[in-house]
Write a new protein. Structure first.
Ligand SMILES: [Zn+2]
Length: 95
């Protein structure tokens, strides 16, 4: 586990969308249970336009919040971005 992952991330067991996203953040291939959970979520989203609108709104809010954080804490944001880029490079080098 990466030491600066939020503790709550570990409480989501495989077979959930949250665990699928955890796999992706770590640069791992999702396990079968998580891939299926994500497929089901995608199917539900396509079947319900209101869910799609909610998701777009949530993503936009998240992006805006990240921009605000980056503006309020530019040095910390740069350091975290560099750190995450290094982690991604390490994962890419290991594969
Ligand atoms: Zn999994």
């Amino acid at each position: 586990m990466l030491s600066d992952d939020p503790p709550a991330a570990e409480s989501n067991p495989c077979g959930t969308v949250a665990a699928y996203q955890r796999h992706r953040r770590r640069g791992e291939a999702a396990c079968g249970l998580c891939a299926e959970a994500n497929r089901q979520k995608s199917r539900a989203r396509r079947a319900d336009p209101e869910l799609r609108v909610e998701e777009v709104a949530r993503n936009l809010a998240r992006t805006r919040a990240l921009w605000r954080l980056a503006n309020e804490y530019p040095e910390r944001f740069r350091a975290l971005s560099t750190d995450e880029l290094l982690k991604i490079s390490e994962v890419a080098d290991a594969t």
